[in-house]
Design a protein around this ligand. Structure first.
Ligand code: HEC
Ligand SMILES: [Cu+2]
Length: 334
């Protein structure tokens, strides 16, 4: 692969474009964008053409008249010019009003996507990661995860938005516009993906030092795969099989980890950090900051402040054996 191909495949995988729409909401926003784009482009071209014409004519005339008397407008011509200017002002007002109307109509149609009995996700912003809870009337069926959510293709999904600290904003450009997460003021939006794929979003409201490392991965699965994923997430962590992983679990539970992190099915029940019950099934670590590989995981656990300065996880000094055991344990949390 040469550099260009590498770049292309990278942008295909990770580029976020509001114009590469993957759902009805984003399509409406993109249509509005194109309307603004074409109308403004046409006006821009006309204005520049008029300007060039006026400059050209003005120059030709000034050469012609430089020896003659000063130019004066007769009152008939002046009235004509005033009428033209007035006409253009009215046209501008009409165009702006049409934009306003189109924006309002788009806003309304964005709000019209609803359904009952679908998937509802409670998404909470933290500095600097996302907690996601898949709601269910039966408490034991509720799924808690972080930084990576799955949704079923072709179905409207309701996302309730909360913040635990400052104002964040959710933006998944290929699916929807931005919506703020405001402390003490619940917000909501509907999203729908029409084709399977990975759609990256991130925090779009400056929220502190690591604002740029606050990615949310949205994976749209065909409905049966989505159901399988959700069922798998409902399963609590199994007791580890081999001795190394058993030792790792001990390190996790007796160390500081369990104060902040929860692992369902164990005594770890910390609520101020990402749920790690299925950490091994996620693509990235620390809200898209690192790929989820054993090497990166080890680096993260030992010194998160090096990777994400300011993040609310302290460094850990672990012996080499304990670290390896911890990695073996976390690897099993699929
Ligand atoms: C003081 C609380 C705290 C302690 C103690 C702590 N963590 Fe964390 N951890 C966090 C926070 C907060 C994050 C999210 C950081 C971010 O992405 O900004 C995190 C993120 C992680 C992640 C990435 C999760 C994800 O979904 O991306 C892993 C894995 C992790 N911690 C493992 C551990 C292990 C193992 C220990 C014990 C050795 C530990 N943590 C101790 C607070 C803590
Ligand atoms: Cu944020």
């Amino acid at each position: 692969m040469n550099l260009l191909e590498r770049l292309q495949s990278l942008t295909e995988r990770f580029a976020q474009s509001a114009l590469e729409t993957a759902g009805p909401q984003a399509e409406r926003i993109a249509a509005l964008w194109w309307l603004f784009f074409w109308v403004c482009t046409i006006i821009f071209v006309l204005v520049v053409a008029a300007l060039v014409f006026a400059l050209y004519r003005g120059r030709a005339r000034s050469v012609e008249e430089s020896s003659g008397p000063a130019v004066t407008l007769d009152s008939g011509r002046e009235a004509g010019i005033h009428r033209k200017i007035f006409g253009l002002i009215v046209l501008t007002a009409i165009i702006l009003f049409a934009f306003l109307l189109a924006t309002e109509m788009t806003g309304r149609s964005l709000a019209s996507l609803t359904s009952s009995g679908g998937v509802t996700i409670e998404l909470t912003g933290y500095r600097w990661w996302w907690r996601a809870r898949y709601l269910d009337p039966a408490p034991e069926r509720i799924v808690v995860t972080a930084n990576e959510i799955h949704i079923p293709v072709g179905k409207p999904v309701l996302i309730n938005l909360y913040s635990r600290d400052v104002i964040h904003s959710l933006w998944v450009p290929e699916l929807h516009g931005k919506r703020d997460l405001i402390p003490g003021h619940p917000n909501a939006l509907w999203i729908q993906a029409d084709r399977p794929g990975r759609y990256d979003g991130q925090c779009a409201e400056f929220c502190g030092q690591q604002h740029a490392h606050m990615r949310l991965i949205v994976i749209a699965d065909p409905p049966d795969r989505f159901d399988a994923w959700l069922d798998a997430q409902r399963v609590t962590a199994q007791a580890p099989g081999d001795d190394t992983a058993k030792r790792g679990m001990e390190v996790f539970l007796t160390g500081s980890c369990a104060l902040c992190h929860a692992i369902q099915g164990t005594d770890a029940n910390g609520q101020v950090a990402p749920d790690l019950t299925h950490i091994a099934s996620r693509a990235t670590l620390a809200a898209g900051t690192l790929p989820n590989t054993p090497g990166h995981l080890a680096g993260w656990i030992v010194d998160p402040q090096h990777v994400k300065p300011g993040a609310a996880m302290p460094p850990n000094s672990l012996s080499a054996e304990d670290l390896q055991a911890l990695l073996a344990y976390l690897k099993g949390l699929r």
